[in-house]
Each structure stands twice: as C-alpha cells, then as structure tokens.
Design a protein around this ligand. Structure first.
Ligand code: ADP
Ligand code: MG
Ligand code: MG
Length: 252
C-alpha cells in the first residue's frame, strides 16, 4: 500500500495565497472525490501536487510513503507514481499519442528495463479497445484536433497505460456527453485496486454516479472543510454549498 499525505499546505500564485492550510490523506485502493465552489483552489491543489512552477508552496508538506514530493522535479514526481489529468489538456505538436505514452511509461522505468515495442503495442491495442477508441487515435499528434471527449478518453488511456500510484483527475467529466462519461468511468473503475489511488476533482454528482468514491471532501477558501462518504456528494447535489457555509460560519 502507498499513501499520499498532504499536511497544512499553503500555496500562493503571484503572491496571492490560494491554499490556506489544506490537509488530505489518500491511500492506494481508495477513490477520493474533491468538490467545492468555483475558485476555491481545487485546480491549484492539483497543480501544486504536480509541481507546476507558477504555484509556490510557502508552507506544509506533501509526501508519498514518507518521501518529500516538494523536493522532486516534475519528472521525478511522475516517476514517484503521480499522474495528473488536466482540466485543459494541452496540445503537443509533432509527438504522436503512442510515442507520448511509450516515453511516459519508459520514463518511470530504469534504464535497460524499457517496455518492448511488441508488448507496448499489444497493451495499447487492448486498452484502446477497452475504451472504445478508434485505433487511428494512436498515430495522431497528441491532442491536436481532438474533440473534448477524445482528449478526456485519451487521458484515461494514458492513465491505464502508465499505471501511476496516484492519479489526480481535474474535472475529467467536464464537457463530456453521457457515453464518453461512461467510458471514462469504466477506465477509472478498471484501475481501482491495490496499487492505485485517485483524487477526482469534480463539480458534479453525475461523475460519482458511475465512480462511487470511498471518500468525499469539500473544499472552500483554500482548505478541506468537510469530509464524508458518497452521501455527502448527494447532499451537495441536492442542496448546494450554503448549508456547509452556515454550519461552519463561512462568509462569501
Ligand atoms: P478551482 O479549481 O477550485 O475553481 P482554482 O484553483 O482554479 O480554483 O483558482 C483558485 C484561485 O486562484 C482563483 O481565485 C483564481 O482566480 C486564482 N488563480 C488560479 N490560477 C491562477 C493563475 N495561474 N494565475 C493567477 N491566479 C490564479
Ligand atoms: Mg480510507
Ligand atoms: Mg478548477
């Protein structure tokens, strides 16, 4: 089992403090949903975990199994088993999807232990079938001309191929039609198990109808202010966030 522990995390962007003492612990074999109003720092949390240079950690710790993540470069974080699926996946010219996934897999392996081309292709074919993706997608340039749904499906393909310890999925459900949403959920559910933990950031209960989270957290004003089980997400869907604000005496 692996554990990702975030303690008292403070993060600033251009000297403005966005995260103000966030605590969160995730084990492999668990899916955690993070919900919360717009602008509360959910994407900031994802970016800080992955080491985006714009996000300055001013206080607190992030550790995987006791290893200090904050001291790691971005590629070292990936090697340590972290995976980020972005709210706005970027296009990278001149790199095919297949090349990108293969180099991401090999970047996590020791030299001399790279995945063989045959094995890679077999696994890629199988996973693309599972995700109901057109084989032609493998040879297309990364995210170039992909529809919103194709990008998200593609991120799940990367996830299933790279097999990280922890995935942070930032609004993986945004802009998806119901069929694409089901495929995305199918991929994440397939990954669930001993070696894999997941943080799914979402605005909507909708995703959680297909991926039942083990834990649900509400973020407000740069902190996790409430945690519970799947029933918490259902209550938020029905009642919004006002009752939490009242309960905690938070003002807008
Ligand atoms: P959420 O994902 O919960 O909607 P964000 O983490 O995107 O919230 O944003 C939190 C706050 O940080 C917002 O006030 C937003 O305007 C600000 N912010 C986010 N990213 C940047 C950035 N790159 N530069 C400046 N301000 C930012
Ligand atoms: Mg638990
Ligand atoms: Mg966001």
């Amino acid at each position: 089992m692996s554990t990702l522990v975030i303690k008292d995390l403070h993060v600033s962007i251009e000297d403005k403090e966005i995260l103000k003492g966030l605590n969160l612990t995730i084990n492999t074999n668990e899916v955690h949903a993070i919900m919360g109003p717009n602008g509360t720092g959910k994407s900031t949390l994802a970016s800080a975990i992955m080491g985006h240079p714009k996000y300055e950690v001013t206080q607190g710790t992030i550790e995987i199994d006791g290893e200090n993540v904050l001291e790691m470069e971005v590629d070292e974080r990936a090697k340590a088993g972290l995976f980020l699926a972005m709210q706005y996946p970027s296009e990278i010219s001149g790199v095919t999807n297949a090349d990108f996934v293969r180099s991401a897999i090999n970047a996590r392996r020791e030299e001399g232990d790279e995945i063989s081309l045959m094995k890679f292709i077999r696994e890629l074919d199988k996973t693309m079938d599972f995700l109901e993706m057109d084989q032609e997608m493998a040879q297309r340039y990364l995210n170039e001309g992909f529809s919103g749904g194709e990008k998200k499906r593609n991120e799940i393909l990367q996830l299933m191929m790279i097999k990280p310890k922890f995935a942070i999925l930032d609004e993986i459900d945004s802009g998806l039609d119901i069929d694409a949403l089901k495929v995305v959920a199918k991929g994440i559910n397939e990954m669930r198990g001993e070696g894999f933990g997941c943080i799914a950031i979402t605005h909507y209960q909708r995703l959680l109808n297909y991926i039942t989270p083990d834990h649900v957290h509400v973020m407000m004003q740069g902190r996790v202010v409430k945690s519970g089980g799947p029933e918490l997400a259902q209550r938020l869907e029905a009642e919004g966030y006002d009752w939490i604000k009242q309960e905690l005496g938070i003002e807008d």
